[in-house]
Design a protein around this ligand. Structure first.
Ligand SMILES: Cc1ncc(C[n+]2csc(CCOP(=O)(O)OP(=O)(O)O)c2C)c(N)n1
Ligand code: SF4
Ligand SMILES: [Mg+2]
Length: 351
């Protein structure tokens, strides 16, 4: 069986958003992942974020590669556009779709094998080009789908389920995203919905390349003693830099915020981000400081979670390429065949 459909019936009093959708309308089919897999928690967080942001499902395009993580788009946003691509190739397929139609919201879902091994080049170039998207890596430190080989994000010295140590240096995707110019960089943990949901909401509203590295324990192959991506290890070593609340212009959400040590950032679309900072020295607008801080904490054995960096004035690929504002499939003949006068002008400019 490739998938199981969910029963259509649900409680008549289920809360609806202003579009008339319930949370169920943002779900997909029943998950076939192992019970307790962190990836399912991330799917639930995506469902909640899209429901709370009141996004029309048909305006979202979800793309993935290959892996347990890349299977998950089947389990959320069943009414959205979807494309399950080839192993490690999600970023280029997403870039192409985005260039053809900038009107959709692009959500790329990948794994640490998909993005840090075979797809490392694709990961790097999508971020450095500033593709307007939310790129989530469901990071479990193993190739879950192919039975638990170490991935490129496995920590040096981490033990496999069979006890073999990993001798290779890990790739730090957050560090790479910062260095490559991503304009929104965050890390979270699948078991921390209070942190993850607002991060996904903020990333969905960010008009640029938004990257979230989400530690997501694999209960089948990487949740044992000696693993540095297990539930127990992450809970013990999690060092949150800030707690983020995402505020839309809807008053019912702003009412939840507490006064105090809060920093507010207004994004281009008028939506605001607020941070409750634990570390008074931490500045979310300082890319260099974010890299240094993360490296320092990593050297101390800590996993920094939260919003590490945001550029309040992000630029995206469309701006750089001066592309058509209209989706390509909506261009009419006058735009596609501008005539001999326009051609003569181009030719004259090349003489
Ligand atoms: C071109 C290609 N090479 C190798 C594979 C085999 N393969 C499938 S999934 C996978 C790794 C998946 O790991 P990850 O992206 O971390 O996803 P997870 O299952 O851990 O969520 C590999 C190597 C493949 N499907 N295609
Ligand atoms: S093998 Fe691991 S990553 Fe794959 S579904 Fe099972 S717990 Fe999740
Ligand atoms: Mg993996």
């Amino acid at each position: 069986m490739t998938f199981m459909a969910k029963p259509k019936l649900h409680h008549p009093d289920l809360q609806k958003n202003s579009l008339g959708y319930t949370r169920r309308d943002y779900e997909g089919t029943i998950s076939t992942l192992c019970a307790g897999c962190g990836h399912d928690s991330i799917s639930a967080a995506i469902v909640r974020a899209c429901f709370e942001l009141e996004l029309p499902p048909h305006r979202i395009a979800k793309l993935s590669g290959i892996g347990c993580s890349s299977k998950t788009p089947t389990y959320f946003l069943g009414a959205s556009h979807g494309f399950n691509s080839v192993h490690g190739r999600m970023p280029s397929v997403l870039t192409g779709a985005n260039l053809a139609n900038r009107d959709l919201i692009y959500l790329g879902v990948s794994g640490d094998g998909d993005s840090a091994s075979i797809g490392l080049g694709q990961f790097a170039h999508a971020l450095r080009r500033g593709v307007n998207m939310v790129y989530i890596v469901e990071n479990n430190g193993v190739y879950g789908l192919t039975k638990g080989q170490f991935s490129a994000t496995s920590d040096k010295g981490a033990k496999s389920k069979r006890g073999a140590p990993n001798n290779d240096e890990p790739i730090n995707l957050v560090g790479m995203a910062l260095q490559l110019g991503a304009t929104f960089v965050a890390r979270s943990f699948s078991g921390d919905k209070a942190q993850l949901v607002p991060l996904i909401e903020a990333a969905l509203k960010h008009p640029g390349a938004a990257f979230i590295d989400c530690i997501s324990p694999c209960v089948a192959f990487n949740n044992h003693e000696g693993s540095t991506k297990s539930f127990d290890y992450v809970r013990e070593h999690n060092s949150a830099v800030n707690y983020l609340d995402f505020i839309t212009t809807k008053p019912e959400i702003t009412a939840e915020y507490e006064p105090g040590t809060v920093q507010t950032i207004t994004q281009h679309d008028g939506s605001m981000l607020r941070f409750r900072k634990l570390d008074s020295d931490y500045d979310v607008n300082d890319r260099i400081a974010a890299m240094t801080y993360m490296q320092e904490r990593q050297a101390a054995g800590e996993i920094v979670t939260g919003l590490l960096f945001i550029d309040p004035n992000p630029q995206d690929l469309h701006l750089h390429l001066k592309t058509s504002a209209q989706p390509l499939n909506g261009l009419q003949e006058d735009a596609l065949v501008p005539g001999s006068a326009a051609l003569a002008k181009i030719n004259a400019g090349l003489r």
